[in-house]
Design a protein around this ligand. Structure first.
Ligand code: FE2
Ligand code: FE2
Length: 198
């Protein structure tokens, strides 16, 4: 059944075997997206000499809370800002982390990447960058092929392009940018000259 919080599978601390758990928690088309993100995140990680197994694991797990109802998201991830409260979907990364932690999942690199996939990497975790980029550029999206290709040779530049284009898009339409995304934006090397957001 979709959108139901299920009990943990055996071997919760391991990253393998989670595909089936995720398949049971998301809509079929979402599951196809999840597998494409996992494959692409691993490919980007390999191309950049990073941990492709962790990138794959985070790709598999990143949207595990994406199809939960709003009240479940709010329960798992209490809002940090007005955007979270008004749009609980913005919480699905943090909610996924909470869920995985409650099930005993302990790999912090993977958990950070799962949490940060909605609002942007914090603290320079390169696996988070791989997953963030894979999520916005996997082939099923039909957009951002340039970011996908750039990520295979220059992860930093690809992340920069992904975040700048997102912030520019939102601001151009008068849509409020999530504070975490704004923080990621201001942390980019290309924006080092800008004042930090309050
Ligand atoms: Fe997501
Ligand atoms: Fe996703």
């Amino acid at each position: 059944m979709i959108a139901q919080v299920l009990p943990p599978p055996p071997g919760v601390a391991a990253w393998t075997g989670w595909e089936e758990r995720v398949r049971l928690m998301v809509k079929p088309r979402r599951y196809e997206h999840v597998l494409r993100v996992a494959e692409l995140a691993a490919q980007i990680a390999r191309a950049n000499g990073l941990d492709d197994m962790r990138a794959y694991a985070a790709g598999v797990l990143h949207d595990i809370a994406r199809d939960l109802p709003d009240h479940e998201l709010l329960r798992l991830a209490p809002p940090e800002c007005d955007i979270d409260a008004a749009h609980p979907l913005a919480l699905h990364g943090r909610a996924a982390r909470t869920l995985l932690e409650r099930w005993g999942y302990q790999d912090r690199v993977v958990l950070d990447a799962v949490e940060d996939h909605t609002t942007g990497p914090r603290g320079g975790n390169p696996v988070s960058s791989c997953v963030y980029i894979a999520d916005v550029s996997e082939p099923g999206r039909g957009v951002n092929a340039d970011i996908r290709e750039l990520a295979l040779t220059d992860l930093t530049a690809a992340l920069e392009r992904a975040i700048v284009s997102k912030v520019t898009y939102l601001q151009g339409r008068g849509i409020q940018v999530h504070p975490r995304t704004l923080k990621a934006y201001h942390a980019l090397p290309c924006n080092a000259h800008l004042p930090c957001p309050t």
